[in-house]
Design a protein around this ligand. Structure first.
Ligand code: AHR
Length: 868
């Protein structure tokens, strides 16, 4: 068999045929072609479904050299997500069906359908338990007599022999019990076309010629897209080699064209990722204060992690015999036989102290044996130099809390805590805590002031919390339960964090709501739709799993209770009372609740989401529920998420995409076609791939377009917000930090400028651009000069934003007096930097109205003009 490895046009579809108006049909060509759909074991089988076509089944042409039409979504990122031995066929319903094996060990088959092989419905994972340990080389055959598909596969049985198995189904949801069949009764129609790839395995189907043409068109269009999305700062040297300085004019449309836009557009998304909460925003300085760390958090961790014994004549163990509270069952038992030994804590990679600042120390103790005496508390440098010291009184025979204040006599980035009992005996210790007195807004159990202030400077209008993947969790048991995160700290139930550490939930729902109040923004809690993360490692066979339907009522009630906790009367409602006991008698005024986080929009998801949505909507019809549309800007979850939201009339839908800067430049019209009468959009997670000035400016260009579409895009939040340097599970992030430094990125300053200068009305305007010779510029150049005009109705200010992502200056004429008749003053903010650098500068100046009429936009800059 002869193979053409490169993309070869279907004979009647020469390259030029890609122009849509070129005739596609030629009289002498066959009506149908052979299509080979297959996977290889290259890259461990993670490359997905490929296709090749042939006129006679002899000479094969690849559709895209390494193009994948669908990839397996089974299992966790990294080692899993494998598609082995796919079997694709055209079903009785006219759809293409695909079955494949997900690995060599699980008794699971993956299944998906598509009408055109391009857009695939969300995958489902079929658990076929009864015979053997795995499911290999699946096939399906229509049995006209029984009106069912017979699905067969090979499996290694208990006696280690490979057996053939069969199960029947009409819908790929319900299957008859698997039974062993003679191997000879299998179709064995899978082919290996070794000349395409030595490891290729798949099926050949006869399909209409148009289908192959469509696939080819699609592959070529995608190729073009990928090429343009790969443009970066370096491409500018070639793309704009001959570009001369530009002259642009901003012409506003008539005032009647102004439209109302969302006042909530600019917000934040806080997730406990990369140590954003414990060891980050949450100001607690003691790590593992409650001895609840375990190997579930991280393989090498245990209840003693971050603690150590210093000196001799003492032992340090962990007990659960008589806990302070059942929810935090572990505590330390410190037995001193020779005074002088101490128990130390290293904090989160050290404890940062500031000279002259006061720190609140507290702990619960209980004298287990011995007479008991005072306990010395010290903060010391790594070399043992004492930075602060105090003493707490002797413990009592039952659990009792002790408190003290420590004042640091010097700055230190990596101090340690030392606890030294002054007498021999055995002590129980728990909830050992150290907080700076200076927290954000001085709150007890509060937030790190410098980090919180940096966030506040973004002027967020809302905050989504407690996370994306953190909220739906790694497996059902890890789904975030808000009720575990309120009340006295020793009664809260921590859990492992799927980003590889521990959630103490000291920063719990009350603290999140308080933070929103301190920021003056709307809270947007997001909780799971009864399904864990689709990448869960313990979702079990069937992968996504889902809370069993007979437990969904209880789960949904928890969500409904949250609304009462946030908004209920402190005297007359159960959960309102609980909120008041926590210290907040006044209702928080919750208006929105997110259900689900970029989930796989499977049947498992849909059933649970609808259940929750209907219950909440019935009880709280005015509450805005935010649905979810998967992790990408296109594809099966996006389509199904939208279809579900449209069916149920969900008010808002949460979209996520992380893309190249160039994607953002080439998709400025993404929301232009959105139907305003359907669900509105919350762009809950978005960012370009990087923290360079070029990235930040691409985001600024996109934000100009989000403002333009802020009648349908109600809210947007960059993600992730925070990351501790050296502890980051995700890059890029908006704000990096260490224990004693905050490092906002270039992207941060763009978000800040848009947050501080947002509006409530949008003024459409045309930006006409010409080069120094008065000639029109290329479309690529046009994409890199953006503008947006908004009015802030509260202040009456008009705000003009201008972005120049080109290597040349652009002089922009701005009709200041038309935009703001009688304009008195103009404040200008300039963000700029070298495109390939993480370093940016931000400056501000006052301009006269005349000076603001012609703005010199320097290369790679964002200018914000606030016209009074
Ligand atoms: O923002 C980081 C992660 O990205 C979120 O947890 C998840 O929702 C998304 O995949």
């Amino acid at each position: 068999m002869k193979i053409t490895k490169t993309l070869r046009a279907v004979p009647f579809l020469a390259a030029s045929v890609l122009a849509l108006n070129t005739p596609l049909a030629f009289a002498n060509q066959p009506d149908s072609l052979y299509l080979y759909t297959y996977a290889t074991i290259q890259n461990g089988g993670r490359n997905g479904l490929h296709a090749a076509w042939s006129a006679e089944g002899k000479e094969w042409s690849l559709l895209g050299s390494n193009f994948s039409f669908v990839k397996s979504d089974y299992g966790t990122w990294g080692g899993q997500k494998r598609m082995l031995t796919p079997f694709v066929w055209k079903g009785q319903d006219g759809l293409f069906h695909a079955l494949w094996s997900v690995n060599e060990k699980d008794a699971v088959l993956a299944y998906a359908t598509s009408k055109d092989l391009i857009l695939w419905k969300p995958q489902s994972y079929i658990t076929l338990k009864s015979v053997g340990t795995n499911c290999l080389a699946p096939e399906a055959n229509w049995n006209a007599k029984s009106n069912q598909y017979e699905v067969t596969w090979l499996s290694v049985a208990a006696d280690k022999d490979t057996v053939a198995c069969m199960s029947s189904t009409s819908d790929f949801h319900a299957f008859t019990p698997a039974k062993v069949i003679p191997r000879t009764s299998r179709l064995e129609s899978r082919r290996s076309i070794a000349s395409l790839d030595a490891t290729a395995s798949g099926t050949i189907t006869k399909v209409p010629r148009e289908l192959v043409q469509n696939l080819q068109r699609y592959v070529l269009a995608k190729d073009d897209q990928y090429r343009s999305y790969a443009q970066n700062f370096q491409s500018d040297a070639t793309l704009f080699a001959n570009l001369t300085p530009l002259q642009a004019t901003l012409t506003p449309s008539s005032p009647s064209s102004q439209k109302k836009i969302s006042s909530l557009l600019m917000g934040i998304f806080f997730e406990d990722i990369s140590r954003a909460a414990d060891g980050g925003l949450y100001a607690e300085l003691i790590q593992n204060r409650d001895f609840e760390y375990s190997s579930k958090d991280r393989r090498e961790w245990n209840a003693q992690t971050a603690w150590a014994l210093k000196g001799t004549g003492a032992t340090f163990t962990v007990s659960e015999a008589s806990p302070l509270h059942v929810n935090t069952p572990h505590y330390a038992v410190f037995t001193v036989e020779t005074p002088g030994a101490s128990l130390t804590n290293v904090g989160f990679e050290g404890i940062a102290l500031k000279k002259g600042e006061k720190y609140n120390f507290s702990l619960f103790t209980q004298q287990l044996s011995g007479k008991g005496g005072k306990l010395k508390v010290r903060l010391v440098t790594p070399e043992g130099e004492v930075l602060a010291t105090t003493t707490v009184s002797a413990p009592s025979a039952t659990w009792n809390q002790q408190k003290a204040i420590l004042t640091a006599n010097a700055d230190c980035a990596n101090a340690k805590l030392e606890l030294e009992p002054q007498t021999v005996g055995s002590l129980a210790l728990d909830m050992i805590s150290l907080f700076p007195q200076k927290t954000f807004k001085g709150r007890a159990n509060g937030l790190r002031a410098d980090l919180a202030q940096t966030i506040a400077d973004l002027h967020p209008r809302f905050m989504r919390f407690p996370g994306g993947c953190v909220t739906h969790g790694n497996g059902i048991d890890n789904i975030y339960r808000w009720k575990n995160t309120i009340g006295p700290l020793q009664e809260r139930k921590g859990d492992f964090n799927l980003w590889g550490y521990h959630q103490s939930v000291g920063l719990g729902f009350q603290e999140y709501f308080d933070f929103c109040e301190d920021l003056g923004c709307e809270p947007l809690p997001v909780l799971a739709a009864g399904v864990p993360c689709q990448n869960s490692s313990d979702g079990g066979a069937g992968q996504q799993g889902g809370i069993p339907m007979d437990q969904m009522e209880a789960y949904t009630q928890d969500l409904i209770d949250l609304i009462e906790w946030a908004n209920g009367d402190a005297k007359t409602t159960k959960w309102g009372k609980i909120r008041a006991q926590g210290g907040h008698a006044k209702p928080y005024g919750l208006k929105m609740l997110g259900i689900g986080n970029e989930d796989l929009i499977s049947d498992v998801f849909k059933e649970r989401f609808e259940y929750i949505y209907m219950r909440i909507h019935a009880k709280y019809p005015d509450l805005k529920v935010v649905g979810t549309a998967g992790p990408f800007w296109e594809g099966s979850d996006y389509e199904e998420g939208w279809a579900t939201a449209t069916d149920l009339k969900v008010p808002l839908i949460d979209e996520h995409y992380y893309e190249s800067p160039s994607w953002f430049l080439h998709n400025q019209d993404y929301y232009d076609q959105y139907d305003r009468s359907k669900s509105h959009v919350y762009l809950g997670e978005w960012a370009s791939h990087g923290n360079n000035v070029y990235n930040a400016l691409a985001e600024a260009v996109y934000l100009c377009n989000l403002e333009r579409n802020a009648d349908v895009v109600e809210m947007a939040s960059y993600a992730p917000l925070l990351a501790k340097e050296g502890q980051s599970s995700w890059n890029p992030d908006l704000i990096y930090f260490t224990n004693n430094e905050v490092k906002p990125t270039a992207n941060y300053f763009v978000q800040m400028l848009f947050g501080q200068h947002s509006g409530t009305k949008y003024q459409p305007a045309a930006l006409s651009i010409q080069d120094a010779n008065g000639k029109n510029v290329s479309d690529e150049a046009k994409l890199r000069l953006a503008s947006s005009i908004v009015r802030d109705e509260k202040t009456g200010d008009v705000i003009v934003k201008l972005v120049n992502m080109l290597p040349v200056v652009a002089a922009v004429d701005i009709p200041v007096q038309v935009l703001q008749p009688g304009a008195k003053s103009v404040k200008s903010y300039l963000f700029t930097g070298a495109g390939d650098s993480r370093k940016s500068t931000l400056s501000e100046e006052k301009l006269s109205v005349e000076a603001a009429m012609k703005i010199e936009l320097q290369p790679y800059s964002l200018r914000v003009l606030r016209i009074k």
